[in-house]
Design a protein around this ligand. Structure first.
Ligand SMILES: [Zn+2]
Length: 559
């Protein structure tokens, strides 16, 4: 059992941290019995445990007692650990070099940020940054886009897990991986332009014509796209008047193509509640360009096949993030048209602020999927896991990871298909490594001229399937994370040469089960208190609603 000593104002973020690192823990009690104690409070306090891990960027009472060397303080530094980068957004402090501790160092100067001492039969590991302040920053403000590709929060968990297991403590956790799969991926679509027929002589129509006729030519000349895209786009531009006259098919109408590509997988479509409403920003009216040319009732017929195929229709919100009564109104508008309860929301143009989760929660949504980047792809919260934003009571955030426009727009990453494939592949590598859900947003018109990002999308879906992703709707993904959050470790303790693990969880029918992963520590090596350079060894035990078993410590498989 892990005991945690933290300042009371950090208790909310500690609770959420241990939903993401789902392992037995509690806030320190005087009568508790702990193998591991995590101290993040700067104060003089309890310290009796086999392993005490002290986090902090300021001198602590522990440092005075142990006369620890504290070096320079840094702000906004990046750490390096076993070749992985971990950006630190608050302060961190360097510590005395020690050959026994792992290379958690400042990336630029190679000065250590971790130290170890032993006293009275306990091992003390001092880590020179404020773990829970870092987690709060990631879950509320989010990483700057320059570090978007780094799953920072997962790396904080991985480092802590490694310290504990390397110090000889067996550790049980429930990883964010659905049983039978490697990770999750949600295929979602913001429906901004479901029909080009709705755009007659407006900026969207002229923008389309310019990009189809001139932009495609430039892209072909630069070698960015093949000649076939030019013919297809020019042909679409020529067809446009006939589409408006009702004599040719509306080529921006792409729902059925999505359903074909995503057959057998979950799809989620976020739809706009009302036409011609740009909504508001914090300071006043939003630009008119944000207003949509349709409202959900205009596409009611086209939403039916989505729901019939097992897909989900959710809200693409206008003002729900700013005002919970607007949130209720927008949610109900969609529910009335679909005839089903609208569970989720993603804000149009990704409008959001720190209080938005609280307002969306109040409006009755069970999940939001806005927290991400407009300008790039990656992990704003430093994780692929759904989390409960600190200001929310029960709403989960499914952080947006990959958006088509961020990959390909000239004003954003402006990647070629080859470079985009590589970028997306790196994000999938991280998902395979840490689990969680890649939330993908491919806009409704992105398969059509002039974007023609359909071939890329088909390959992306194939690769996800090939890599063992479970592709549920966003509501199903949120339910799976709720199921994991409901899990309670009734007991994890050593009994002779084995670990007794007893865990229970609320069962959600129709969803993949959970897994308990038991990490076994390396065998003792002389008087070394911590053995860092061991291959990680663990065993996985799948379960549905309850598990009570003994895991022998000597026979766990290596991974
Ligand atoms: Zn939108």
């Amino acid at each position: 059992m892990i005991g945690v000593v933290a300042r009371s104002e950090e208790h909310d973020v500690v609770r959420e941290f241990f939903e993401l690192f789902k392992t037995p823990w509690e806030f320190y009690r005087d009568d508790g019995c702990y193998e591991v104690l995590i101290r993040a409070d700067d104060a003089v306090g309890p310290k009796s445990a086999n392993l005490v891990i002290v986090y902090g960027s300021q001198p602590t009472a522990f440092d005075q007692e142990t006369r620890s060397f504290l070096g320079r303080q840094r702000h906004d530094a990046t750490l390096s650990w076993n070749g992985d980068r971990i950006p630190v957004y608050g302060r961190c402090v360097t510590l005395a070099p020690d050959p026994e501790v792992p290379d958690l160092v400042l990336e630029d100067t190679r000065e250590p940020v971790v130290a170890m001492t032993r006293a009275n039969g306990s091992t003390f590991v001092r880590v020179g940054y404020d773990l829970f302040r870092e987690i709060r920053f990631l879950l509320t403000t989010g990483q700057p886009s320059v570090h978007a590709g780094i799953p920072t929060l997962e790396r904080h968990i991985a480092f802590l897990r490694d310290v504990i297991v390397s110090a000889g403590v067996p550790l049980a956790e429930i990883p964010p991986i659905p049983e039978g799969y490697r990770f999750m991926a949600c295929l979602t679509h913001d429906v901004d332009h479901p029909s080009i027929r709705l755009h007659r002589f407006d900026h969207t129509m002229f923008g389309f014509l310019y990009r189809a006729v001139v932009g495609s030519l430039i892209n072909v000349c630069k070698g960015r796209t093949p000649l076939t895209t030019l013919w297809r786009n020019w042909a679409a531009a020529i067809r446009l008047p006939f589409v408006h006259l009702g004599l040719a098919r509306d080529f921006w109408s792409q729902f059925s193509r999505y359903l074909e590509i995503e057959k057998g997988l979950g799809s989620t479509f976020f739809v706009i509640p009302v036409m011609h409403d740009p909504g508001r920003t914090v300071d006043g009216p939003a630009p008119m360009m944000r207003a949509s040319s349709y409202g959900v009732s205009d596409i009611a017929d086209r939403l039916r096949p989505i729901r019939a195929a097992g897909g989900e229709v959710a809200l693409h919100g206008i003002d729900a993030w700013l005002d919970s009564s607007k949130g209720v109104e927008e949610r109900e508008r969609v529910s009335r048209v679909t005839g089903a309860c609208t569970a989720g929301v993603r804000m149009h143009w990704l409008f959001f602020d720190e209080r938005a989760p609280e307002r969306l929660d109040e409006a009755g949504f069970t999940y939001d999927s806005t927290y991400g980047y407009n300008e790039t792809v990656g992990f704003r919260a430093g994780t692929m896991q759904a989390f409960k934003p600190i200001s929310a009571r029960r709403l989960l955030e499914l952080p947006l990871t990959i958006m088509d426009t961020a990959l390909f727009y000239p004003s954003h990453r402006n990647l070629t298909p080859k470079a985009a494939r590589q970028t997306v592949g790196q994000l999938m590598d991280e998902a395979e490594r840490y689990g969680g859900a890649l939330i993908i947003n491919w806009h409704d018109r992105s398969l059509a001229p002039e974007r023609l990002w359909g071939d890329f999308y088909v390959q992306l879906v194939d690769e996800l399937k090939g890599r063992g992703a479970w592709c549920p709707t966003a509501t199903q993904a949120a339910s799976w994370f709720q199921q994991r959050r409901s899990a309670v470790f009734d007991s994890v303790h050593r009994e002779g040469d084995s670990v007794r693990v007893k865990v229970s969880a609320g069962r959600h029918l129709g969803l993949p089960g959970l897994t308990v992963r038991v990490h076994t520590p390396p065998p003792p090596d002389g008087d070394r208190a911590i053995q860092w350079q061991q291959p990680r060894r663990f065993t996985d035990l799948a379960f549905r609603s309850a598990l009570d078993t003994h895991v022998p410590l000597g026979t766990l498989g290596a991974s």
